[in-house]
Design a protein around this ligand. Structure first.
Ligand code: NAD
Ligand code: MG
Length: 398
């Protein structure tokens, strides 16, 4: 491809685990991709280094003080990158007319507005930011449809399902009986559930198979990550809650499966490396080199499967409960979980109380009709649920 045909990519959350892996894949294909914009919340030095390497047109830091610092560092280095600040700037680089693809790799509901902006502008939207679709729900999918965007999953399980399905989404409903999301079980798969009260943030973020950001690592330990993925799958693949099942697969080799109407089971396998789903989302329907290691069938241990036991992983089951409750309940669950995880990481909340905050928030807070009709409504609901969760956290830690 000539330089004019290169895809111009905005990376939201470029200093994070997914962001860095995305740049790693992009660097392998300079003839196919160029970076249009980068953004991060903190870590000015890392974002500055990325800007010097990639020479994007824009860099965004939502906080003005951080942006000013970045501007100063880049100016000293003679960089041409223009630094923007404010939350609206994220939507701007997501929807800019010169952008082809947006990697949504911000963590949390903070990524909702830029995702919607990219969707409405008809971009190729590479979705790692699962919280955005969990909060956005029907509104998110509407924005994708109305904007004519192409929504591509980056979450490894959803990428696996997507890779097992034909390219034409209109054929999916007819084929799928149900899907099976695999879960590693996280670091506490074999630990006595009664001992979870004493878990420290350091223990919780030490995932056996994947190196990830802190929030998703805690979510993997509580299985709330899988709960969010159940909700994500409901929207991405237009499924009913009962069509989504979860099984523990500790080796993380099978990334998820589609069980077809005729009982044929399709699975996608590979080494646990996020560059594979990232490369697929970038290059679909083609495939490009990702940098991941080949799966060595003979070196790998047996593939095993276990039940996702409700007593050990109570948080997982909140996903189906939220999907069957009033619209907006998944946004409530997500907001409670974001607050609970932050409190746990700051040592203000016990590990096993994350579940209590999530369950109680879901049961006590009732979304009002109409709150899910606009991004403003959803963000207000998100804020209301966070206040509710904060009060529960204060009670539990008193
Ligand atoms: P991370 O914490 O490593 O990185 C998050 C990035 O977002 C950073 O660049 C940070 O500066 C930026 N950011 C954080 N808060 C922000 C805010 N309020 N506004 C703007 N930018 C903000 O997280 P991660 O592990 O890369 O995960 C990113 C997303 O991808 C999450 O939604 C996660 O669930 C999802 N995901 C991650 C993995 C993985 O392997 N890490 C796998 C599947 C899905
Ligand atoms: Mg996943």
């Amino acid at each position: 491809a000539s330089p004019q045909q290169r895809q111009r990519v905005s990376v939201l959350g470029s200093t994070g685990s997914i962001g860095v892996n995305t740049l790693d894949v992009l660097a392998r294909h300079p003839e196919r991709y160029e970076v249009f914009a980068l953004s991060a919340m903190s870590r000015v030095d890392e974002l500055a280094a990325q800007c010097l390497q990639w020479r994007p047109r824009f860099a965004v830091m939502p906080e003005a003080a951080k942006a000013a610092e970045l501007r100063r560092v880049l100016r000293e280095q003679g960089s041409q990158t223009e630094v923007l600040d404010g939350a609206a700037a994220l939507a701007e680089i997501a929807a800019h007319p010169d952008v082809d693809a947006v990697m949504a790799a911000i963590v949390g509901a903070a990524g909702l507005a830029p995702c919607l902006a990219a969707a409405r502008a008809g971009k190729r939207l590479l979705l790692a930011n699962k919280e955005a679709i969990v909060v956005g729900g029907a509104l998110f999918m509407q924005a994708v449809e109305q904007g004519g965007a192409m929504l591509l999953p980056v979450d490894s399980e959803h990428s696996a399902i997507f890779q097992c399905l034909p390219e034409d989404p209109s054929t999916w409903a007819q084929r799928i009986d149900h899907i099976v999301l695999t879960a590693s079980g996280g670091p506490f798969r074999q630990r006595d559930p009664a001992s979870l009260a004493d878990v420290t943030p350091e223990q919780a973020v030490a995932h056996p198979n994947w190196v990830m950001g802190r929030k998703i690592s805690v979510d993997s330990a509580t299985m709330m990550n899988k709960a969010l993925e159940v909700i994500e799958a409901r929207w991405l693949f237009h499924l009913r809650p009962e069509q989504i099942k979860v099984v523990i697969h500790p080796q993380s080799i099978i990334h998820s499966m589609v069980v077809c109407r005729d009982r044929s089971v399709l699975a996608q396998l590979g080494t646990p490396d996020m560059r594979v789903p990232i490369a697929y989302a970038l290059s679909f329907p083609e495939r490009v080199e990702s940098g991941a290691e080949q799966l060595d069938f003979l070196a790998k241990p047996t593939l095993t499967f276990e039940d996702a036991d409700e007593r050990r992983f109570p948080g997982l089951h909140l996903s189906w409960q939220a999907l069957r409750a009033a619209e907006g309940s998944t946004a409530v669950l997500n907001a409670a979980n974001e607050e609970a995880v932050a409190a746990f990481l700051e040592r203000r909340l016990r590990f096993d109380h994350i579940y209590r905050v999530n369950r109680q928030s879901l049961e006590e807070l009732h979304p009002e009709a109409g709150e899910c009709a606009s991004v403003e409504g959803l963000l207000a609901l998100d804020a209301r649920a966070r206040r509710h969760a904060q009060a529960l956290i204060a009670e539990l830690s008193a």
